[in-house]
Design a protein around this ligand. Sequence first.
Ligand SMILES: Nc1ncnc2c1ncn2[C@@H]1O[C@H](COP(=O)(O)OP(=O)(O)OP(=O)(O)O)[C@@H](O)[C@H]1O
Ligand SMILES: [Mg+2]
Length: 229
Amino acid sequence: MNMRTFITSTGTSIGKSFMTAALARQARALGRSVTAYKPLISGFDPAHIEDSDTGLLLQSMDMPPTRENIERVSPWRFTAPLAPSMAAKLEQREVDFDELVSHSRSAIKGKEDIVLIEGVGGVMVPITDRHTVLDWIAALDIQAILVAGSYLGTISHTLTALTALKQKKISVQSIVVNESEGSTVSLPDTIEELRHWTELPIIGITRRSDSDYRDVKELQSLLAFKEAA
Ligand SMILES: Nc1ncnc2c1ncn2[C@@H]1O[C@H](COP(=O)(O)OP(=O)(O)OP(=O)(O)O)[C@@H](O)[C@H]1O
Ligand SMILES: [Mg+2]
């Protein structure tokens, strides 16, 4: 079954890469071919690729971190851990938005059963001086998964992100609530509250210990959900 999904979130460090890598692994375990992209990455340190989103996604596909593979998964890499527009300026560069869109379009047209594109930061992170992640997703005509946390404040962040996505006519496939570290609000309570505000499918991911994070069974329903569609 053909699944093309853009993974965005309410903010940075919410769990997009965690979720994308877990979904890629799960899909592969089910015998699906998958490529997970992180086309734009900032805070990229070539000396520590294994700690980067690019490295994590490559691992999830069992692809070694060769130059070619890094270039394939993350063609736009910036050193500073800033929004791409800001990180690019520090290197006297800028992201060519049309090139980014055409790269993502080619990725979407790939032969794999599943193509996952991880965004960068939250839904309105600037990519250029005139485009945010929202414009990128809207230009692709692709469904999005919104990854949210379970921390105090997430309901407002999630509803704000959903409103922004809706305004750009981006179709949201589901919301994934990834349990936040040390949250004072429980994951089930967060999901229950969100259900009053949206009809979208909501999947909860409980927080893992470092050792067993690869086996995120909660995401199986997402693959099944797509299959039924
Ligand atoms: N459910 C979870 N259980 C355990 N650790 C998690 C979980 N979700 C995320 N993490 C960890 O939290 C950190 C932030 O998550 P992640 O890197 O996936 O966020 P992100 O949304 O991709 O951030 P960015 O905006 O930088 O791309 C990572 O170290 C990740 O391994
Ligand atoms: Mg990430």
